[in-house]
Design a binder for this molecule. Structure first.
Ligand code: HEC
Length: 173
């Protein structure tokens, strides 16, 4: 065999061996100490994506509108809390976003806090007219942030129908 041939054969063997090592690495079980390691950060596991949390916000925004239209203040109060918790999750899991210049920790309160506070007051006062005004301000806040974040094609509107056939929106009492 010529020296050139030997080199080619050796190179081929090296490729096969490194390929096998790569496969072994991929299928290897994690080291025992890693598998049982305590979770240092309570958020270290599954982190919901921003778009996923926004999909929940969309549902809460819709249910909030329907609850308000039914003067169901207990449900409206509950959905507003849920909406707030969703915004807490957003700043916890996504304090910044790779495509957005301003930190979300500033944008979320900047666009949402005043209108959410006004909505809370309206719900507390069981005032339908105030609720409608504040709800429109909340919706404007959602869209203001979408535009500022260059996601302005995601347009939030007040729902005209109640798309939840399995939930009662009239007050229980
Ligand atoms: C930080 C500013 C900000 C605020 C405030 C905000 N959004 Fe978003 N929203 C975003 C961004 C950014 C995305 C795109 C996220 C992604 O997919 O990575 C988004 C996406 C969405 C989507 C599309 C989700 C999908 O995958 O289909 C909906 C619906 C949505 N938002 C609803 C709302 C509603 C309702 C509110 C107000 C109650 C709201 N958003 C407030 C920034 C914001």
């Amino acid at each position: 065999m010529s020296a050139g041939r030997v080199a080619v054969v050796l190179a081929a063997v090296a490729v096969v061996l490194s390929g096998a090592a790569f496969l072994r690495g991929q299928t290897a079980a994690p080291p025992a100490e890693k598998a049982g390691a305590p979770v240092e950060n309570e958020h270290a596991g599954y982190a919901p994506g921003l778009g996923e949390i926004m999909t929940f916000q969309q549902m809460r925004h819709a249910k909030l509108a329907i609850a308000g239209a039914n003067s169901n203040w207990a449900l409206a109060d509950y959905e507003l809390d849920e909406l707030n918790e969703g915004f807490d999750d957003i700043v916890t899991y996504h304090p910044t976003h790779k495509d957005i210049k301003q930190p979300l920790t500033e944008m979320v309160p900047g666009f949402m806090k005043a209108s959410i506070d006004a909505l809370r007051e309206a719900i507390k006062a069981k005032d339908a007219a105030k609720f409608n005004t504040a709800f429109d301000e909340v919706t404007a806040g959602c869209n203001g942030c979408h535009q500022a974040a260059d996601f302005g094609f995601n347009v939030v509107i007040k729902p005209a129908t109640a798309p939840y056939p399995n939930q009662q929106f009239a007050p229980v009492n």
